[in-house]
Design a protein around this ligand. Structure first.
Ligand code: GDD
Length: 320
């Protein structure tokens, strides 16, 4: 039975990853900052939640020596692109320094380079890519635009250093746009879903406030993403980078149309200038050839299932 340690286990992706690893009969140790939520996974007999701060190298070392996990998936980060613009130094500082202290703890533990580590980056590392270069491959030059993208790009440099200098067994994923139940407001599908539910409940006039509907994005269900992380941890290669994406882009307009068609409301659309971004890449999609080829991973969730599940998630949490 595999034992997996997960940082950032209480976040949107973290919760799904814990659930998935438990469903694969793994033993899971989650590290988080809070008290830990009361999700079903938290009271599973194969799950241990540890509250702690891994900027404390000794804490990490002792944790690893105690639990002796086979693998570690590092999700914890300041992960909001929006917030990264209002706190550039804080985002870069947190994402970099916590990664370094985590690796220091690993290096000093009895596991050292025996521990396989999946570092989770982002498609934001690519930045503004010419349309002619789509689908974006792992070999594409990284020219991050957002401070969040910059922080993850710098994390890759830290990864390279710890592999080269200390032989740590690290590999890195670059996931594209996530969707699925549990995602918080601020991303497009939750923003649309919550408005539809508020309109259904009569809490909002039947007018949907939207931003740029012409943009196209490469969406992947969070449950497909966490399955890829699980496979990468087992079969990925040290020092390699893997895109995690669907390989196609879908317009935000069609996302809106599909979500609205899942409800019986009649709406009008209001393009809110406040939701139009100064920098918004028009179309963006990655190549998933490498991960398909090396891990036989393909997305399983159809976009309509992901959208229905996101909408139903908001139907459950927004009450009259
Ligand atoms: N959030 C939001 N809300 N976006 C809107 C809206 C709206 O009401 N209306 C249109 N959009 C457009 C945005 O302008 C953008 O082109 C697209 O929908 C997707 O926006 P987001 O869901 O906010 O994602 P993103 O493309 O900025 O990517 C971020 O989120 C992904 C997570 O799902 C980045 O953090 C990615 O790295 C990350 O993968």
């Amino acid at each position: 039975m595999m034992k997996i340690l997960i940082t950032g286990c209480n976040g949107f992706v973290g919760k799904h990853l814990v659930e998935f690893c438990l469903s694969q009969q793994c033993e899971v140790i989650g590290i988080g900052r809070g008290e830990g939520s009361q999700e079903p996974s938290d009271i599973h007999d194969k799950y241990t939640y540890v509250k702690g701060d891994f900027s404390d190298v000794e804490f990490v070392k002792n944790l690893l020596d105690h639990f002796q996990p086979d693998g570690l998936i590092h999700l914890a980060a300041q992960s909001s692109v929006k917030d990264s613009w209002s706190d550039i130094s804080g985002t870069v500082d947190v994402n970099l320094s916590k990664t370094v202290s985590l690796y220091e703890g690993i290096r000093k533990s009895t596991l050292a380079n025996k521990l396989k580590v999946l570092s989770v980056g982002s498609s934001e590392e690519y930045g503004y890519i010419d349309q002619g270069k789509m689908p974006i491959r792992e070999s594409e030059r990284l020219l991050p635009v957002s401070p969040y993208g910059l922080s993850k790009y710098l994390v890759e440099t830290v990864n390279e250093y710890y592999i080269r200098q200390f032989g740590l067994n690290i590999l890195h994923a670059r996931p594209f746009n996530h969707i699925g139940p549990g995602q918080s407001l601020g991303f497009v599908v939750p923003d649309f879903s919550a408005q539809i539910v508020n309109i259904e409940l009569g809490k909002q006039a039947p007018v949907m406030n939207v931003g740029n509907l012409d943009a196209k994005r490469d969406f992947l269900d969070v449950r497909d993403i966490v399955r890829s992380y699980f496979l990468l941890l087992q079969y990925g290669t040290q020092g390699e980078i893997y895109n995690v994406c669907s390989g196609i882009s879908i317009s935000i307009r069609s996302i809106l149309d599909t979500l609205v068609s899942m409800s019986n409301i009649k709406i009008t659309v209001n393009v809110d200038p406040k939701l139009i971004r100064k920098i918004d890449v028009p179309d963006y999609y990655g190549s998933n050839e490498k991960i398909q080829h090396e891990l036989s991973w393909t997305p399983e969730f159809h976009i309509s299932t992901s959208l229905a599940d996101s909408l139903n998630y908001y139907r459950e949490i927004i009450k009259v």
